[in-house]
Design a binder for this molecule. Structure first.
Ligand code: HEM
Length: 327
C-alpha cells in the first residue's frame, strides 16, 4: 500500500487523515444513493453496494494499525445497509419519535466522521489470538449453519413463486418453530453475536498483521452482526407487535426496487447472504489450512463456498424482486 496511507511499520501515515475519513463520509452518502434506486434507476444498486465495499477496504487497511476508532468505525460502516434498515424500521413508521431515520443517520455519521478525523494511534496491544473463543464460536456456528441452509433453501424456493415459498416454509416451520428448538436457535444466535463482537474487537486491536482470511472474516462478521440485529428486530416486531405472519406476502408486499422505503431492503438482504457465505468460506479455509490441507486446495473450497453463496444471493433476490412486482 502506498506510503500516503500506510507507513513502513504498518501504522497509518500522518498524511493519511483523508483515508481515515473515507468510511464515514461514504456512509453519509448512503441514504441519498439508496433513494436513487427507486427515484432514478435500479442500476443505482451498484454504487449503493460500493459503500460497504469502500468501508471494507478501509477496515482491511486500518485493523492492527493502532487507529482503533477508525478501524472500528470502518467495520461498523460495512454494516451500513443493515443499520439503515434497522433505523428505518424503528424511526420512519413511529409517531412516538418525531425524528426520521435519515436525520439520525446524518447526525450519527457526522459525529463518526469527527471521531475518525481526531483519531490518534493507540499503543499496540499484546492481546493473544483468542483461539479458544474462536473455537467455541466455530462450534456453536454448526446448528446455525443448518438453520441457514434450510432458511436459504426456503428463499430459493421463492424462485418458483410465492406458493412454493409458502409450502416450503410451512414444512420448515414445523422444525424451527418447535418452541424448544426455536429458543435454542435464538440462544445460539445471541451467543454467536456476542462472541463475534469480542473476536472482532480483539482482531481490530491486535497489533499483528492478520492475513486476508482473518480480515475478510471480521469484515463479513461485522456485517452479519448488524444484519442479525436488523433481521431479528424486523421479524420480532412483525410477529409480536404487529401480529403479522412473516411469510412471502409480508416479504413481497412492497416493490423492492420502486418503493421509496423498501428499496433499502434489496442491498441489505443481498449482502446478508453474501456475508454469511464469505464468513463460512473463511472459516472453512482456516480450519482446512490448520489441519494441514495445502493452501491451493483450501482456496478452492473457499472459492466454492463464497461463489455458491453469491449465486444463491442473486437467485434469491431475483425471486424476491420478481415476487414484489406482483407479475
Ligand atoms: C434474502 C435474505 C433473507 C430473507 C428475505 C429472510 C427472511 C426471513 C423471514 C420471512 C423470516 C420469518 C420466518 C418465519 O416466519 O417462519 C426470517 C426469520 C429468520 N431469519 Fe431470515 N431471511 C434472510 C436471510 C437470513 C440470513 C442470512 C440469516 C442468518 C444469518 C437469517 C436468519 C433468520 C433467523 C434467525 C430467523 C428467525 C427464525 C425463528 O426463530 O423463527 N435470515 N427470515
Amino acid at each position: 500500500m502506498n506510503k500516503s496511507v500506510t507507513a513502513n511499520d504498518g501504522t497509518l501515515g500522518i498524511d493519511a487523515r483523508l483515508f481515515r475519513l473515507v468510511a464515514p463520509v461514504a456512509c453519509l452518502l448512503y441514504p441519498a444513493l439508496v433513494s436513487c434506486i427507486s427515484g432514478v434507476s435500479p442500476f443505482f444498486l451498484v454504487p449503493v453496494l460500493l459503500i460497504p465495499v469502500c468501508c471494507a477496504y478501509v477496515a482491511f487497511h486500518t485493523a492492527g494499525t493502532g487507529f482503533l476508532r477508525t478501524a472500528a468505525i470502518a467495520h461498523f460502516g460495512v454494516g451500513a445497509p443493515a443499520l439503515y434498515s434497522l433505523m428505518g424500521q424503528w424511526l420512519d413508521s413511529q409517531t412516538l419519535v418525531p425524528i426520521h431515520a435519515d436525520e439520525v443517520w446524518l447526525g450519527l455519521w457526522l459525529l463518526l466522521t469527527a471521531v475518525c478525523f481526531a483519531d490518534k494511534p493507540a499503543g499496540r496491544s499484546q492481546a493473544g489470538a483468542s483461539s479458544r473463543l474462536a473455537t467455541v464460536h466455530g462450534v456453536s456456528a454448526l446448528p446455525i449453519v443448518l438453520f441457514v441452509l434450510l432458511h436459504l433453501s426456503n428463499h430459493l424456493a421463492g424462485l418458483r413463486g410465492g406458493q412454493a415459498h409458502v409450502a416450503f416454509m410451512l414444512q420448515a416451520r414445523r422444525l424451527y418453530r418447535y418452541p424448544p428448538l426455536e429458543i435454542a436457535l435464538v440462544c445460539c444466535f445471541v451467543f454467536q453475536f456476542a462472541t463475534g463482537l469480542v473476536l472482532t474487537w480483539r482482531g481490530i486491536v491486535r497489533g499483528i498483521a492478520d492475513n486476508w482470511v482473518k480480515r475478510l472474516q471480521r469484515v463479513s462478521g461485522a456485517y452479519l452482526a448488524l444484519f442479525l440485529l436488523s433481521h431479528f428486530s424486523a421479524v420480532a416486531r412483525a410477529r409480536y407487535l404487529q401480529h403479522t405472519d412473516t411469510n412471502w406476502v409480508w416479504l413481497t408486499s412492497y416493490n423492492l426496487l420502486t418503493d421509496k422505503w423498501s428499496d433499502r431492503l434489496t442491498p441489505y438482504y443481498f449482502l446478508g447472504i453474501v456475508a454469511v457465505s464469505l464468513h463460512l468460506a473463511c472459516a472453512a479455509r482456516f480450519v482446512l489450512v490448520a489441519h494441514g490441507t495445502p493452501a491451493t486446495a483450501a482456496n478452492r473450497v473457499f472459492g466454492f463456498v463464497a461463489g455458491a453463496g453469491t449465486l444463491a444471493a442473486v437467485a434469491i433476490m431475483v425471486g424476491l424482486v420478481r415476487g414484489s412486482l406482483h407479475v
